[in-house]
Design a protein around this ligand. Structure first.
Ligand SMILES: Cc1cc2c(cc1C)N(C[C@H](O)[C@H](O)[C@H](O)COP(=O)(O)OP(=O)(O)OC[C@H]1O[C@@H](n3cnc4c(N)ncnc43)[C@H](O)[C@@H]1O)c1[nH]c(=O)[nH]c(=O)c1N2
Ligand SMILES: CC(C)CC(=O)C(=O)O
Ligand SMILES: [Mn+2]
Length: 470
């Protein structure tokens, strides 16, 4: 992979001096290693170095830094934990990377109202371990231990979304520092209601904005009761079609399933080896989870078991003990790393389309056929309960022709999704790699409307330039 220094904007020594004045010298770095760490996320996309990295400790410091960057027209790239998969944090125009990891307070937990407010350095695992004693949890789970505000910024979801929704449904209010340093509360200061009909939905404007509209400095989130009983299960199928047909039938039956994850035969091969999964074969597989009471999880599992049988799936292998469930879900969350172990030295070009559920069996089958015809390995995993799936295309990072084959495959996959009413990204966002697809997905009026919003909130174009828009 190649690295670039800032191609367009240089942060002047005067601006650095002013930022030093706000933050103190120890909270700003121009060291090569620090800039390098902040130049790339977990994707295999090109990495560009920021000129400096700043570590504010509170909203006031974020606001003061933004005022300096605004006055000097410096690009600002908000940085959560860098687990993104679409190059969202890379500094395509150089500038100031704003690492928010020093702001790690859980500001409030309102147990009776099932909500909490966190700063941008709080990750979902930090929050859930802090919440454990309260009997509450935050279910949105992208696998990676991402910052909750980064998850809001990318509209993340993951394995629990089929039951609990994505970040879009679970963020109630955001504090955002705008490009000129103003501090906005998207639903009004201190508001934390389940519903509101008070004007435009500014909260959801910032969910999925990928750092292009402002810096999220607080998020107020919905919480849920930890279920009384949890039952996980695995079943296997002879074909992709029957596994996905069983998923669609489960959803159509109205089962409130908590997780229903698809892994194809290639991904299973990777996971069986990487995570030492015993008793499973290299076949199309569903990992499932039921939440409820002892009786209700059993009743749900019985109905889904029958649906699986009707679709010629295997009997369930159950994981009832916490240790076995953890092993199963850790294996699922390690799918990305398991896949890359299929080809040592490879990097992964990820994909992330989402379609109406009824379109899922056909599009996954078409995608799998397309991958088989190429020279690349591309395991498939999917949050199939949401109509969302990924292929993980394994490429030699030094081989441009392989990158091209992978990009073409990814493009065809996105085109197929768009053609059936789907989206080019269910959860990873647009970043730098999918800007052309966003324009196609929204159409001219749609993209122009988004641009107008961007220009209104960020008239100098300093917020994470080069992302989302072509
Ligand atoms: C192994 C693995 C597996 C998965 C995933 C990653 C990895 C490595 N992801 C992707 C990733 O975890 C997800 O996109 C996170 O929401 C990114 O959060 P970070 O804090 O790491 O943001 P990161 O620092 O990577 O930034 C991502 C984007 O958000 C912006 N941003 C971050 N913090 C901000 C803030 N406070 N204010 C404004 N903008 C901010 C950045 O500027 C950038 O554009 C994922 N995702 C998913 O939805 N479902 C999944 O299943 C998975 N699975
Ligand atoms: C497979 C990767 C692309 C990461 C992801 O989104 C997932 O594991 O669900
Ligand atoms: Mn995913």
């Amino acid at each position: 992979m190649s690295f670039f220094t800032s191609p367009q904007v240089q942060v002047s020594s005067k601006a650095i001096e002013l930022l030093n004045g706000v933050l103190g010298k120890e909270n700003i770095s121009t060291a090569e290693s620090v800039r390098d760490h902040h130049s790339r996320d977990e994707s295999s996309l090109q990495a560009f170095l920021p000129d400096c990295v700043v570590f504010p400790k509170d909203t006031l410091q974020v606001s003061e830094c933004m005022k300096i960057c605004y006055a000097h027209s410096l690009p600002v790239i908000p940085f959560g934990t860098g687990t993104g998969l679409e190059g969202g944090i890379t500094a395509v125009k150089g500038g100031v990377c704003m690492d928010l990891s020093h702001m790690k307070q859980i500001l409030s937990v309102n147990q009776e109202d099932f909500d909490c407010t966190v700063q941008p350095g709080v990750t979902r695992m930090m929050l859930n371990s802090d919440l454990r004693a309260t009997g509450l949890w935050f279910p949105v789970d992208p696998g990676a231990d991402a910052s909750l505000c980064g998850m809001a910024a990318t509209s993340a979801s993951g394995t629990n979304a089929v039951r609990y929704g994505t970040m879009r449904e679970n963020v109630m209010n955001l504090e955002v520092v705008l490009s000129n340093g103003d501090v906005l509360h998207s639903a009004g200061g201190g508001r934390r209601t389940r519903k509101t009909a008070a004007g435009y939905n500014m909260t959801n404007l910032f969910v999925g904005s990928e750092g292009t509209l402002g810096v999220i400095t607080q998020a107020t989130l919905r919480l849920y009761g930890i279920p009384e009983a949890t039952l996980s299960a695995v079943c296997q199928f002879q074909s992709v079609q029957s596994a996905v047909d069983a998923t669609v039938a489960t959803l159509q039956a109205g089962i409130p399933i908590a997780r229903i994850e698809f892994l194809d035969d290639v991904q299973m091969k990777a996971c069986i080896n990487y995570s030492n999964l015993e008793g499973l074969q290299e076949l199309s597989t569903l990992f499932l989870e039921f939440h409820g009471t002892d009786d209700s999880v059993k009743a749900q599992a019985d109905v889904v078991g029958e649906i699986v049988q009707l679709n010629e799936g295997s009997d369930f292998m159950y994981a009832t003990e916490a240790e076995d469930r953890n092993k199963l879900w850790t294996a699922r969350h390690s799918a990305f790393y398991a896949a890359s172990s299929l080809r040592p030295g490879s990097r992964i070009l990820t994909t992330d389309v989402c379609v109406p559920i009824s379109e899922l069996p056909e599009i996954i089958t078409q995608t799998k056929n397309d991958i088989s015809k190429s020279s690349l390995l591309g395991p498939i995993v999917g949050h199939v309960g949401d109509g969302n799936f990924h292929t993980l295309l394994l490429i030699d990072p030094e081989d441009e022709s392989e990158r091209k084959i992978a990009k073409d495959l990814a493009n065809r996959m996105a085109q197929r999704a768009l053609a059936v009413g789907g989206t080019c990204t269910g959860e990873h966002g647009i970043g730098i790699g999918k800007r052309h697809l966003l324009a196609e997905e929204l159409g001219q009026v749609g993209i122009q409307t988004m641009r107008s919003i961007k220009e209104a909130l960020d008239p100098k174009g300093i917020m994470n330039p080069g992302k989302v828009f072509l």
